[in-house]
Design a protein around this ligand. Structure first.
Ligand SMILES: Nc1nc2c(ncn2[C@@H]2O[C@H](COP(=O)(O)OP(=O)(O)OP(=O)(O)O)[C@@H](O)[C@H]2O)c(=O)[nH]1
Ligand SMILES: [Mg+2]
Length: 165
């Protein structure tokens, strides 16, 4: 007799600055995407025992930093991915503030900073962002092009290592 395997579902928050590539990231790795009350949600099947649910907060609220801070204070997820546009240094101050909110509220939650849009001219490298912004060691900084599925996959696999280490 075959026993049905009910996969474990793990939710990951995909947050970051506006237009940093969050939806592109979710879309490129998910087998199924949908809108759930403004949230952009994607499902990723890792294997028959494990499924990921990627959750991007409603796009209309993303410029509202007070709202985003409140959301991060109250959300409970096993892993958090923060994205930035590496070619928009004018947003780096807001990025540092966001990472501080994440770490203050979720000190034990694995967090990856995705320095996206590495293909753009003028993009800061992941290392320059890490050093330049003084990103602490417990935040893993990974370069990415959300338009490239392999890049996105690398980030998700790294998050899986952190979750199951
Ligand atoms: N060149 C380049 N463009 C990218 C990359 N990732 C995303 N984009 C583009 O950046 C723009 C914004 O991408 P989205 O995925 O909508 O970004 P978002 O963070 O979901 O945006 P909001 O939800 O509106 O905050 C789109 O035009 C994407 O095609 C990348 O790695 N390289
Ligand atoms: Mg989006």
């Amino acid at each position: 007799m075959q026993t049905a395997v009910i996969p474990q579902v793990i939710e990951l928050l995909i947050t970051g600055l506006p237009e940093s590539g969050k939806s592109t990231f979710v879309q490129n790795i998910s087998t199924n995407v949908r809108d759930a009350q403004g949230w952009y949600c994607g499902d990723v099947s890792v294997d028959e025992q494990l499924q990921l649910k990627l959750l991007e907060p409603p796009r209309l609220r993303q410029f509202d930093f007070v709202w985003l801070r409140d959301l991060i204070e109250h959300i409970s997820v096993p892993g958090i991915i923060v994205m930035c546009d590496s070619a928009r240094p004018e947003y780096f101050g807001a990025l540092v503030a966001l990472l501080e909110v994440v770490h203050y509220n979720h000190p034990d939650t694995p967090c990856i900073l995705v320095t996206n849009k590495q293909d753009l001219d003028g993009a800061w490298s992941a290392d320059d962002i890490r050093l330049g912004l003084g990103i602490p060691d417990f935040i893993h900084v990974m370069p990415c092009r959300a338009t490239n599925r392999n890049d996105v996959k690398r980030v998700v696999v790294e998050m899986l290592y952190k979750l199951f280490r």
